[in-house]
Design a protein around this ligand. Structure first.
Ligand SMILES: Cc1ncc(C[n+]2csc(CCOP(=O)(O)OP(=O)(O)O)c2C)c(N)n1
Length: 244
């Protein structure tokens, strides 16, 4: 596939921006928490979920995104938020619990909400899927060509919200793309001990929608697969399920 050079540069530079941002967050997160790990201590009290290695999953959609598209992400949200263009300073302020943060410092790193661009995430596993379906319904009702993207972990694919959201989106041919980020573990639970089949993308056929597996974390492959799924949703042909 011929990919415009500016798309490759954009994806690469965004992956570097994500990695740099998260490396710095990691350093500052551990400040004053060690030697005996104290989760309540330091500049960022509480949990921290970073996405090192998952940058390609986030950046592949960027060149296909339109202004006004909605994205929902997970408790591991920074890479997707940065890839959509959420304000880095307000996002960092939120992570540090500052009044100048996206949610006035009340939400912390798992609860980043932005109106422009249209982004949300949650510490509740599977929460973003029905929200994306709702956004897609709103886009259809308003007659826009906007679409919704819903990112979730492979652990979330065993939630009831996964079935309910994909079934309804498929039935009503809503403009949504469901993206399962398979990092092999639901925090500490191996995929093979929680999921009956190896690939969640195979579950798509149960809902009558396309299911695509990107098995090698390659940003160019993600770009191609996301482009096709996002075009399909924008044309009104309904949702897709992609596992990366
Ligand atoms: C509804 C709900 N149940 C349980 C939890 C506790 N929990 C937090 S992270 C996690 C595993 C998530 O795994 P996955 O979706 O694969 O994402 P990953 O952390 O691997 O990126 C669980 C069960 C939660 N946050 N929400």
């Amino acid at each position: 596939m011929d990919i415009p050079k500016e798309h490759l540069v954009d994806m690469y530079s965004t992956m570097v921006r994500i990695r740099r941002f998260e490396e710095r967050i990691r350093e500052l997160y551990f400040a004053d928490k060690l030697p005996a790990f104290d989760i309540a201590a330091g500049l960022i009290p509480g949990e921290m979920h970073l996405a090192a290695g998952q940058e390609p999953v986030a950046v592949g959609m960027r060149p296909h995104l339109h202004a006004g598209d909605a994205i929902t992400a997970t408790h591991r949200p920074h890479h997707v938020a940065i890839a959509q263009g959420v304000d880095l300073n307000k996002m960092a302020a939120e992570i540090f619990g500052r009044e100048t943060g996206l949610g006035r410092g009340k939400g912390g790193h798992m609860h980043l909400f932005s109106v422009e661009p249209n982004f949300g995430c949650s510490g509740i596993i599977g929460e973003g899927m029905p929200v994306a379906v709702g956004a897609a319904m709103a886009f259809r009702a308003r007659g826009t060509d906007n679409i919704a993207l819903s990112y979730f972990g492979e652990g979330a694919a065993n939630q009831g919200a996964f079935h309910e959201s994909i079934n309804l989106a498929a039935l009503w041919k809503l403009p949504v793309v469901f993206i399962c980020e398979d990092n092999a573990y639901a925090i500490s639970v191996p995929k093979a001990s929680s999921t009956a089949i190896p690939d969640n993308s195979d579950r798509a056929s149960a809902y009558g929608i396309p299911g695509v597996l990107v098995s090698d974390n390659d940003p160019v492959a993600v770009y191609e697969v996301m482009g096709a799924a996002m075009d399909r949703a924008r044309r009104g042909d309904g949702p897709s399920l992609i596992e990366i």
